[in-house]
Design a protein around this ligand. Sequence first.
Ligand SMILES: Cc1ncc(COP(=O)(O)O)c(C=O)c1O
Length: 359
Amino acid sequence: MARLHNFSAGPALLPLSVVEEVRDNLVDFEGSGLGAMEYSHRSKRFDAVVASAQERLHRLLGLADDQEVLFVHGGAKSQFYFIPMNLLNGGQATYLDTGVWAKLAEVEANRYGTANVPFSSAQWNYNRVPEAGEWGALPDGTAYLHYTSNNTVAGTQYQYTPESGDVPLICDMSSDILSRKIDGSAYDLIYAGAQKNLGPSGLCVVVVRKGLLERCSPDLPPMLSYKVYSQKGSMYNTPNTWAIYVMERVLAWIEEQGLDAVEARNIAQATRLYDAIDATDFWQGRAELGSRSHMNPTFSTGTPELDTEFWQWAEQGGLVGLKGHRSLGGLRASMYNAQTDVAVDALISAMQEFERTRG
Ligand SMILES: Cc1ncc(COP(=O)(O)O)c(C=O)c1O
C-alpha cells in the first residue's frame, strides 16, 4: 500500500517504524500472547509502559525532580477548563491571545475567575506572537501566565520562553512539544494533546510542578482534579492504555533519533518550505517573519479560489491535509516530527508546478 504524503494538522502522521511496530504488537505484545490493547492497566507489563513513558518525557523535556508527568483524558481542550477549575478559584490570571486555541482557553478561564489579556494579535488576524515582555508587567495576585507556544491554526510560534518571574508559567504545547529542545523545568504546567508529535488523539500529557498541586481546589469531581491524577498515578479510572503505549513508542523513536537531530530536521524542512514561498510573488507567507512556525507553515496564493484549486489538485497527486483551517482559510502544511524530507520535496515541487501552470 502506498502511503500518502500527510500534511494534516492532527491527528497527524506518525513515524512509519512505530506504526508498524504497534501494528504487530496489537495482536501479540512482545510475544506475551496478549495484544497491547488487551492488557489490564493494573498489570506489571502496563506499569512498565507508563513508567517508561514518564521517564522518557522527564529526560526529553529536561524536567526537574519536583515536576510530575500526568496522563489526562479529554485532549488539550479539556485542559482549557481543568487549569482554571483547579488553579484559579475566582482569582485572576493572564492569557496571551495569539490564536483560536489561546482564545478558547481564555474563554474557559472566565468561567472560574478573570482572564486578563494584555496582548492580543486578533486585530492582525493572529499573524504574530508578542515580542518578549510586550504584554507588560503582570498584576499583583496573578495566579498564572498562560500562553500557546505554537499556534497551529495561524502558523505562528514563540521562539523564546516568556519570563513570568514568580508567577507560575503555563503553556499549551500541543503542536510543538518535543519538536525542539526546551528547558522544561522553567514551566509550572505544560500540557499537550498527543495527536501531533506524541501519538493518538484523546490523550493529554500534563506536566505539573508538585507545589502547584497544593493550590488545587479540593472540591472538584475526582476525574477533573490534578491532585487525584497525581495521587492515583493517572489511574483513578481506566486510562487510554493504547494511546499511552503508542506514545511510549514514539518517545523511544525520538530518543533514538536524538532531540537535537529531530529539531535540526524540523528547522531544515520549514526553512526549505519558507524559502520556496519567499522565492516568488505567487506565494505569500501568512505569518510575520519573526513569528513563523516550524510546525505549521501557513501560506496562500492570495486568492481563495486558487488556494482551493491548489489543495484539491495536490490531493490528486497524493499530498493531503493542505487545506487551511476553516477559521482563516488559505493553505497550511503541518510538518511535525515524523514529516519526511521526501514529502516536503514533493510539496515544493507541486507548488512550483502549480505556479508554472496557473501563475
Ligand atoms: C495548540 C492547540 N491547543 C489545543 C488544541 C485542542 O486539542 P484537542 O483536540 O486535543 O482537544 C489543539 C488542536 O489542534 C491545538 O493545536
